[in-house]
Every structure is written in structure tokens, then in C-alpha cells.
Design a protein around this ligand. Structure first.
Ligand code: PLP
Length: 372
């Protein structure tokens, strides 16, 4: 029997167990426990921010960010079409309008050259999303934000430990957000973080995540919030994971380099770019794109890998092609060819933190076999 290789397996062999045991021994399991504040403070410091607000996942972090920035009906937010649904969902749920740009075909990030054309008098913010391991080219975005007076929401869910021109990802937005889902570089099982430098904004996020309870009159509410709190158990994992962030990022880089060395001779595969002018890839996932000469798409490829018990996932499906948004009348007749191609020809292979060298070798061997 050959062993299955899952698409993601996390690595929890640091202080995770010890800190979890502390929660249980002390009885502190809710969001009131001490690990939550510790995780918020340490994480914020790590990305060079003043404030961290931990939440229960990276998707709701975006909901809070949008609401805290007073983005709502009549406002437009520019974002890449090639991203996770959470980004556009947060904008639409707030009553605002998502406005899309295509991706650049090399780094798969939003094509920053398309942003300015999409700015209107209603544009309120740019939602930047760093995709799969390389950051968005931030300086042009910052320049546009300054020129037109726009807010920046930075979705850094895949970017723990990454930098842009030496500055931490997660330090660029008016509000920046992270996820700690098990396939991210550090995980709390489920979890997320909002970071910011503005005290008032951070306090607003903190209040929104906690039902907008008030310090004085707790059960009298001026505004509607959510219960998006994180538990002390999750934060305990977060503190343990954060201690090893550098090691974990190095591990992923090493995996990425290994895959690249083993796959580079397959003519039908476009490999991830190892670096751009502003960052070294941290390979959140190791993504591959089937070249146009390959007579089948990502779906067929993933079936072939599954026959060899190798887990894989498709790339994101573009926002303008989402039935849920089409039914709302959004993005009618819009086309973003780069994202459409990535969605149909892109997939990613086992990339979890616990992936071993011999598994990487087997995945590479199978890819040679099934791409031929
Ligand atoms: C994972 C991810 C999210 C969502 O995070 P969850 O914790 O799974 O809700 C948001 N944005 C991006 C870019 C992601 O990769």
C-alpha cells in the first residue's frame, strides 16, 4: 500500500502541547484568558504594528476591517478578481461594491497597473491580497492611495513572515489582516488577526469583534458588532507557533526550492517564481500552472494525482465568475483573462508544514509521470 500524501498537514511539535495544557490546568479557555493578549501583542510586534486584535478566522477579520473603516453603501473597493471569496464577500455584505482587477501572469498577484483606471469618485479603498507566497508590488499601490485619498486593506492571510522590500507584510494597510487556518504558515486551528497602528481604529475593531459591548454600560449597544472572539486555547497555539515563525518560513522556502529543483525539467509546467525584485517566495502553497501546450486542465491533473494518492487543490476561482455574484448582477460581461487561465490551469500540490523530503520526491516523480 502506498501512503497517501495529504495536501496539507500542520506541524505542532513545539510548545503547543505545553501551552494548551496550561489553559486546561488553569481553567482559562475562553477569550478572557491570558494567551489572547499575549498573542495579540507579540504578533503585532512581529509585523511592526502597534495593535493586534485576534479574531476567530481570517475571513471575519476582513468583515471587521471593512466595517471599522466605515465602508458601506455607495462605496467602491478595488480588489483582485483572483482571490478567496472572503475578500469580495466582506465588501458585498457591507453593502459596498467590489471593483476588480486582473492578475499579473508571473506572480499571480493583482496587476497594480490596472488599479488607477478603476478608480472613480466613489472609490473608498483598495483591498490588497498577497497571493500564494509573493507580496503585491506595494509602492505603486501606496502612491495611488495617497494620490486619491484611499484606504488600504491588506489581506496578508498567506504572508506570515514575508516582507516587501524588507518591510513586513501586514504593515502596509490602514488595517491588515491574517488567518491562522491550518494551511497557513502559523496556525491556531481556526483563527485570525487584525493589525493596525491607529489606536481608535484598533479599538473599533476590538469592539466590533466583541458584540460592541461597552466598557461602562456593558449591555447597552451603540452599534452592532459580532462575536468573532478567539479562545485562549487557540491563542495558546498561536503563541507557540509564533515562537517558531522564522523556522517555519525557512522550512517552507526549503520545500519550495526542493520542488523547483525536482520539477524544473517538466516542460508542461509553469513553476512559481522564486523571487521578484522585492521579495523571496515563501511558498504559502506550491502552485503550478499547466502550460497552454498541455492538452488537459487542472481538474484532470488533480484526478491523476488523486489516483496516486496525492492530495491537491485547484487555484482560486475568480470573483467575476462566481455564480453567487452573477446572480446579484455583479461583474456582468467582465473578463479578466489572466485570472481565468490561472483558475483553469492552476493547482497546488502538497505543501503543508509537516511535508517530508521523501514525500516531495514522490510527488515530483508522479508529476513527471502524469504530465507526460
Ligand atoms: C485563508 C485566507 C483567508 C481566510 O482565512 P480563514 O481563516 O480561512 O477564514 C482570507 N484571505 C486569504 C488570502 C486567505 O488565503
Amino acid at each position: 500500500m502506498i501512503e497517501a500524501i495529504p495536501v496539507n498537514e500542520p506541524l505542532l511539535d513545539g510548545n503547543e502541547k505545553k501551552y494548551l495544557a496550561e489553559c486546561i490546568d488553569t481553567g482559562w479557555i475562553s477569550s478572557e484568558g491570558p494567551f489572547v493578549k499575549q498573542f495579540e501583542g507579540q504578533f503585532a510586534a512581529r509585523v511592526g504594528r502597534k495593535y493586534g486584535v485576534a479574531v476567530c478566522n481570517g475571513s471575519v477579520a476582513l468583515d471587521v476591517a471593512i466595517t471599522a473603516l466605515d465602508i458601506g453603501a455607495g462605496d467602491e473597493v478595488i480588489l483582485p478578481t483572483f482571490t478567496i471569496i472572503s475578500c469580495a464577500a466582506a465588501i458585498v455584505r457591507a453593502g459596498a461594491v467590489p471593483v476588480l482587477v486582473d492578475s499579473d501572469s508571473l506572480a499571480w498577484n493583482m496587476d497594480v497597473n490596472q488599479i488607477e483606471d478603476r478608480i472613480t469618485p466613489r472609490t473608498k479603498a483598495i483591498m490588497v491580497v498577497h497571493i500564494y507566497g509573493l507580496p503585491v508590488d506595494m509602492y505603486p499601490v501606496l502612491t495611488l492611495a495617497e494620490k486619491y485619498g484611499l484606504k488600504i486593506i491588506e489581506d496578508a492571510a498567506e504572508m506570515h513572515g514575508q516582507t516587501y522590500k524588507g518591510r513586513p507584510c501586514g504593515s502596509f494597510g490602514d488595517i491588515s489582516t491574517f488567518s491562522f487556518y491550518p494551511n497557513k504558515h502559523i496556525t491556531t486551528g481556526e483563527g485570525g488577526m487584525i493589525v493596525a497602528d491607529d489606536k481608535v481604529l484598533a479599538e473599533r475593531c476590538s469592539s466590533l469583534r466583541n458584540l460592541c459591548f461597552q466598557p461602562q454600560k456593558r449591555f447597552v449597544h451603540e452599534e452592532l458588532g459580532w462575536n468573532f472572539r478567539i479562545s485562549n486555547l487557540q491563542a495558546a497555539l498561536g503563541v507557540a507557533q509564533l515562537e517558531r515563525l522564522d523556522e517555519l518560513v525557512a522550512r517552507k522556502r526549503n520545500m519550495g526550492q526542493r520542488y523547483t529543483a525536482l520539477l524544473t525539467d517538466i516542460p508542461g509546467l509553469e513553476l512559481p517564481v522564486p523571487h521578484t525584485g522585492y521579495a523571496e517566495n515563501i511558498y504559502w502553497v506550491y502552485g503550478l500552472v499547466l502550460k497552454d501546450g498541455v492538452p488537459f486542465g487542472a481538474e484532470e491533473m488533480m484526478k491523476r494525482l488523486a489516483q496516486h494518492k496525492i492530495g491537491s487543490r485547484p487555484f482560486f476561482w475568480p470573483m467575476h465568475e462566481q455564480p453567487v455574484f452573477q446572480k446579484m448582477g455583479l461583474f456582468a460581461d467582465e473578463s479578466y483573462p489572466v485570472a481565468e487561465r490561472l483558475a483553469r490551469r492552476g493547482f497546488y500540490i502538497p505543501s503543508g508544514m509537516a511535508l517530508r523530503d521523501e514525500q516531495i520526491k514522490r510527488v515530483a516523480d508522479v508529476l513527471h509521470e502524469v504530465t507526460a
